[in-house]
Design a protein around this ligand. Structure first.
Ligand SMILES: Cc1cc2nc3c(=O)[nH]c(=O)nc-3n(C[C@H](O)[C@H](O)[C@H](O)COP(=O)(O)OP(=O)(O)OC[C@H]3O[C@@H](n4cnc5c(N)ncnc54)[C@H](O)[C@@H]3O)c2cc1C
Length: 220
């Protein structure tokens, strides 16, 4: 989408941007490369610039000042594209747009145990995700798999349950705003990337967490 827009506008284009600095009309955009192990800095010299920014990469500046609002009276040309219909699965926010994600890995032992993950996700209004071996073993559908091989996501909340935190998985989720890790192994690498961690058996911790959220909601 940004590529098409950039061609139309004759603009320089960078996608997946995580930081931007502008000075004297020149724009320097940073973006992750090689699963986030390196950062590329791309200078855009064209007068017009099109950037797509990773979710949660740029935080709103809070300084208490009023922001000016500029109202533009734009009359767009009639579109050459006709909207036909949209088929959307009811009630599920697609992973790239989800603000909350409950994700589980091989620690679940088998697909028959996913009920506790779905209950937690339903209670939080979250989308479910999984690690690659889980999707490869057909425990979960492939569109749930996150990481280096498929999609990178940046939800506000990512809860990783029974996932070790291999670099290829982290590459897809480590830019989430808040990461919560539940794992019985205190040495699991995921804890290094966690904002909150629970060392414990997921089959004990997850139902208790779900119940605690239910109780909190009931208490208003
Ligand atoms: C080229 C390449 C690309 C890859 N791309 C991806 C990718 O895109 N996404 C991805 O996810 N992986 C990817 N991988 C695989 C990755 O390296 C890991 O093998 C994978 O992420 C491990 O999945 P896991 O954490 O679910 O399983 P495991 O590594 O087996 O970890 C299971 C975790 O569950 C914990 N656990 C077990 N039982 C319990 C319990 N009862 N309670 C609590 N915790 C428990 C264990 O302590 C362990 O930490 C890729 C690998 C390669 C080589």
């Amino acid at each position: 989408m940004t590529g098409r827009l950039a061609i139309r506008l004759d603009a320089g284009c960078v996608s997946g941007v995580t930081e931007v600095s502008v000075s004297n009309g020149s724009c320097l955009a940073s973006k992750g490369m090689y699963s986030g192990k390196a950062i590329a800095q791309v200078q855009i010299n064209t007068p017009k610039k099109v950037l797509s920014v990773m979710g949660n990469a740029l935080q709103p500046r809070v300084d208490g000042s009023a922001s000016p609002v500029e109202v533009l009276a734009i009359q767009p040309n009639p579109s050459r594209v006709t909207f036909v219909k949209m088929d959307q699965v009811e009630g599920i926010v697609p992973l790239p747009e989800a603000e909350k994600v409950v994700s589980a890995g091989r620690g679940m032992k088998g697909p028959e145990n996913w009920g506790i993950i779905e209950e937690l996700a339903a209670e939080l209004g979250a989308t479910t995700a999984c690690s690659r071996p889980v999707a490869d073993s057909d425990w979960r559908p492939h569109h749930e798999h996150v990481g280096q091989t498929v999609i990178a996501i940046r939800p506000n909340l990512y809860i990783a349950i029974g996932i070790s935190g291999a670099i290829q998985h982290l590459a897809g989720v480590n830019r989430s705003k808040v990461i919560v890790v539940i794992n019985k192994d205190p040495e699991a690498p995921f804890f290094k990337a966690a904002d909150y961690g629970v060392v414990g058996d997921l089959f004990d911790v997850v139902p208790r967490l779900t119940q605690a959220i239910r109780d909190m909601k009931a208490a208003g």
